[in-house]
Design a binder for this molecule. Structure first.
Ligand code: SF4
Length: 312
């Protein structure tokens, strides 16, 4: 849903190389087969985005900060007139205070740090990168208090769902704007190791609600993503999907998706006949069809059909 004041945004995947090796990596199969965009290609992407009216550029990977040209790319985007430069990062390179400062000076304004555990044992086990938790924590500290926006995301998997409240408790110690707790994408390594990585939605539900409550208690927005409404009763206003913008496009070295929200709903998600009996049927688009046992997992909620924006 487009919000007043929204500006057109491109999420630019710069390549899939990374200094972590997450057990659930959704692009693990692309890391060695897709060549990262060159500096000249990224510059062209930025000029093309500006020509399409884009005012916010969000860099993703892989890990954007390990590119030797990342400072140039941020400066180039600002020089081309991009108003907001943002990034999703594992945060490890922010550990180096001089480099973190240069990223901000170049024009990086909004940073989404990926935090998957409340301690080194859990986070490093998931990233398969010893020391990644301590580097991330120090990295967040290095930019806290600066004139920027800090956000978080957490990938929900079997190994961490019971600790979502602990992760929320850690997050609220930092001055963040929003957090997304994202149910793991059923692609890449998560799909290859599905039974080891992907929990049932009903398992996640109570811990996620508790994490959201911790956010509420601390005046912070913690939202879910990719979890159907039937597991978010009473927490519908904390689902990223209801704030989804219609003007976000995704561009990577190997794809271009102009209308992310609608394409996800139309081609990637699935619902079933039983969903017709559910009060969320009009507003819900289900979730990724690659997940297993979805028909069994979905649980229609009886009641008057809910229209967009009437969750209470
Ligand atoms: S419409 Fe289907 S998937 Fe969506 S909330 Fe209802 S039962 Fe769950």
């Amino acid at each position: 849903m487009k919000q007043e004041g929204d500006i057109k945004r491109t999420d630019l995947f710069l390549g899939y190389e990374c200094n972590n090796n997450c057990r659930f990596c959704m692009v693990s199969d692309k890391k060695e087969t897709v060549i990262s965009a060159s500096t000249a290609q990224v510059e062209q992407e930025i000029r093309d985005a500006v020509a399409r009216g884009v005012e916010e550029l969000h860099f993703l990977g892989g890990e954007p900060t390990i590119r030797p040209d990342i400072l140039h790319i941020i400066r180039y985007a600002k020089a081309q007139g991009i108003k907001i430069v943002s990034m999703t990062t594992n945060g490890r390179m922010f550990y180096y205070p001089g480099f973190a400062k240069k990223l901000l000076q170049a024009g990086l304004y909004n940073i989404i740090f990926s935090l998957h555990g409340h301690n080194a044992e859990l986070h490093d086990m998931l990233t398969q990168s010893p020391g990644s938790f301590e580097q991330l924590k120090k990295g967040i500290e290095n930019v806290s208090g600066e004139n920027i926006e800090i956000c978080f995301n957490t990938t929900i998997v079997k190994q961490n769902y019971r600790h979502l409240p602990d992760i929320a408790e850690l997050m609220v110690k930092y001055p963040f704007e929003t957090t997304e707790m994202i149910f793991v994408h059923p692609f890449g390594q998560a799909l290859a190791d599905y039974d080891t990585i992907v929990p049932a939605f009903s398992q996640v539900e109570p811990y996620l609600h508790k994490a959201i409550d911790i956010g509420i208690k601390n005046g912070k927005k913690i939202h879910s993503r990719y979890i159907p409404f039937c597991f978010m009763q009473g927490y519908e206003n904390y689902m990223s999907e209801i704030y989804e913008r219609a003007d976000v496009e995704h561009k990577g070295p190997d794809f271009f998706e102009e209308d992310v929200t609608n394409s996800r709903k139309k081609t990637l998600n699935v619902k079933f006949e039983k969903c017709r009996r559910c009060k969320y049927d009009i507003v819900c688009s289900g979730t990724y069809k690659q997940h297993r046992n979805l028909e069994e997992q979905y649980r229609p909620v009886p009641g008057k059909k809910i229209e967009e924006g009437t969750y209470g």
